[in-house]
Design a protein around this ligand. Structure first.
Ligand SMILES: [Ca+2]
Ligand SMILES: [Ca+2]
Ligand SMILES: [Ca+2]
Length: 634
């Protein structure tokens, strides 16, 4: 569930009902309301209500148990940073770099604490010095209040394992250069969706130690009174199996499924050859369909079942009435409901189904037609019902994904329908006055239409102003890239970027940069900036963590994710992106956060849904960006 929905949820109910709803464990969910354009007003409202409800939520979360392991993590982190030389108290001694690896010709930067040394040294696996070069001058990065220098070792292009050292810094940083630097990361990030599948046994053959029984068959789902019609009155039973669990909880939400599924499809549409050669070791591996499309289809089939065939409307979510405790999927046997129909759900559904229709067409023409018919029916419903916003029924306590501005959803759906049908009439509904490109998030999807138009630019009709499309993307990419130039960490992130789900915000910036670069590959600064954002998520950040479970040297062990917390395997299920550092006031854990500085305010503890949850919409740009950088950099 999302930040906004969590806050609305918290503000609506009493402490006692919340405790009952959560079974004493933390809950929350992930998503990325963007502090930009349409999302600004709702986002700031949410922050205000966050302050207002902080006391009650702090009481709730203090009853959450699993903080011991996180305390251990924090203390070991302190131990690492205590190996200080003579640097100032607020300067850590660790070298920060991408812990997963670099392509041979990528830009390669490390962040060094501002010690007196003016040079750094890189040695290869045979302990031979391959580079000694100057560090940059020291600069302070405001989000972490650190004074740091940058080491640029881009000139090293030979594949291999290396170490980087600086006099006065006691640790030695290791890094790898490899032509397939992001292949395993990309496959792992997609495989995470398999681990989050509802309604299927995860067999050892595919899931290894993460095998588990199926949960949530969802063949008996009740129509909630909020979604009742004359043809499907309250408590009508429908079947809506499959889909991905949204985040750390076991509920499924059409709005967040929209951007998540789309982002995987967009990655495939841009880099089909790459994905056609990928084997994810899922049950559908070896069939005729690329595995990423098989994985996306698991969720698309669920989405199709969320459309009311009588009117084309789409249910907003499939959910239990309350969040479950931290139990395995098969242990949550609560009744399931489809709740509400909304304009946002219909339009996100229409957009994704229209995109899917063209992408699956070469593999299954019948499915493609079914998807396009479904998209058109949802579009007609939304045009007839243009202002139906989500309103949480009093007996439903799960995430809301409410969105009171659907101009961007109309624009996105219109763009996808136009591209797939090649009918110019749809493009008239792509509101040119939507204006500048921005960084997408679940409530702000207009730029998803721009991405698809960019991906299909060679086949667009005269109605599309291609120069305007390019200039919108260029303006956004130039603005983001300029922030890298002035950043001490060399990343386009400022204090305002450290909100709930900050890591996905960083990766959605990188996604937009690669889209702009694809339209103009002379803009190498776009590619370098995207690389720096991926580096940030993979370790070039003040927390010392690579934020993807199972990838890097130090990664989250205690994500807020019910299967990871309830299984018998130590640590987290691999391939998931943790939400990341969050400068907002957090009251979810009794264990203190290591810092109140926004870029350092991260806790690897299960209680920390505000920094350590996982979510399908957060993993999606990791899939896209890792594929893009694997393909765009030699
Ligand atoms: Ca396959
Ligand atoms: Ca919206
Ligand atoms: Ca575990």
């Amino acid at each position: 569930m999302s930040r906004q929905s969590a806050l609305q949820y918290l503000s609506l109910i009493t402490l006692s009902s919340l405790l009952a709803a959560c079974g004493g464990s933390g809950n929350g969910g992930g998503s990325t309301p963007k502090p930009s354009s349409a999302a600004v007003s709702s986002s700031s409202v949410a922050i205000t209500s966050s302050t207002a409800i902080s006391s009650s939520s702090s009481v709730v979360i203090s009853s959450s148990a699993p903080t011991s392991s996180s305390a251990a993590t924090v203390s070991s982190s302190s131990a690492m940073t205590s190996s200080v030389s003579s640097s100032a108290a607020n300067v850590t001694t660790l070298i920060k770099l991408n812990q997963v690896g670099y392509k041979p010709n990528s830009e390669k930067l490390a962040v060094i604490p501002a010690v007196a040394a003016t040079t750094f040294t890189v040695k290869d696996a045979y302990n031979t010095v391959v580079l000694t070069a100057n560090l940059s001058s020291a600069k302070t990065w405001t989000p972490s209040a650190e004074s740091v220098k940058l080491a640029d070792f881009s000139s090293i292009t030979a594949e291999g394992d290396y170490t980087l050292t600086v006099d006065g810094v006691q640790n030695t940083a290791s890094f790898k250069i490899s032509a397939n630097a992001y292949d395993a990361l990309n496959a792992g990030a997609i495989k995470a969706y398999y681990y989050n599948r509802a309604s299927i046994d995860l067999l050892e053959e595919y899931a290894g130690v993460y095998k588990r029984a199926a949960g949530h068959a969802d063949t008996t789902v009740y129509v909630h009174e909020s979604a009742a019609t004359s043809l499907r009155p309250a408590n009508t039973i429908i079947s809506a199996p499959k889909g991905w669990y949204d985040a750390g909880d076991y509920n499924l939400y059409i709005v967040n499924s929209g951007i998540s599924t789309y982002t995987l499809l967009a990655a495939y549409e841009k880099y089909p050859t790459y994905f056609q050669g990928q084997n994810l070791h899922i049950p559908e591996s070896g069939n005729a369909i690329p595995d990423v499309l098989d994985e996306a289809l698991w969720n698309l089939e669920w989405m199709l079942s969320m459309q009311d065939p009588n009117d084309g409307g789409v249910y907003h979510k499939l959910t239990s009435k309350n969040f479950s405790g931290f139990v395995m999927p098969s242990a949550d046997t609560s009744a399931r409901y489809v709740v509400g129909k909304t304009t946002a759900a219909a339009l996100d559904f229409a957009a994704v189904m229209a995109a899917a229709s063209r992408i699956y067409k070469p593999y299954d023409a019948t499915l493609s037609t079914k998807m396009l018919d479904a998209a058109k029916a949802a579009w007609v419903w939304a045009k007839t019902n243009p202002t139906v916003y989500y309103s949480q029924p009093s007996d439903i306590k799960t995430g809301e994904y409410g969105d009171g501005n659907v101009a961007d959803e109309f624009a996105w759906a219109a763009a996808e329908l136009y591209i797939t049908t090649e009918e110019d009439a749809y493009f008239a509904d792509f509101n040119q006055s939507v204006g500048s490109a921005d960084v997408p998030g679940w409530p702000n999807v207009k730029s998803l239409g721009l991405i698809s138009l960019a991906h299909n630019i060679d086949s667009l009709s005269y109605v599309v102003d291609k120069d305007l499309l390019k200039s919108r993307l260029n303006t956004l990419a130039t603005n983001i890239s300029s922030q890298k130039t002035t950043s001490a960490y060399g990343v386009p992130l400022t204090s305002g970027d450290f909100y709930w789900g900050s890591n996905s915000g960083a990766l959605n910036k990188a996604l937009m940069l690669t889209v702009a670069y694809e339209l103009d590959n002379t803009k190498t600064n776009y590619l370098k900036t995207a690389q720096s954002l991926l580096d940030y998520v993979l370790g070039r950040n003040p927390t010392d963590y690579s934020f993807v479970t199972g990838f890097g040297v130090k990664y989250p062990q205690n994500v807020h994710h019910r299967p990871s917390g309830s299984d018998t395997v130590a640590g987290s299920i691999p391939g998931f992106l943790a939400g990341g550092a969050n400068g907002e006031n957090k009251t979810d854990c009794t264990t203190p956060y290591p810092s109140t500085l926004s870029a350092k305010s991260y806790l690897d503890a299960q209680c920390s849904y505000m920094t350590n949850e996982i979510a399908i919409n957060w993993n999606a740009p990791l899939v896209y960006v890792s594929a893009a950088l694997q393909n765009l950099t030699e």
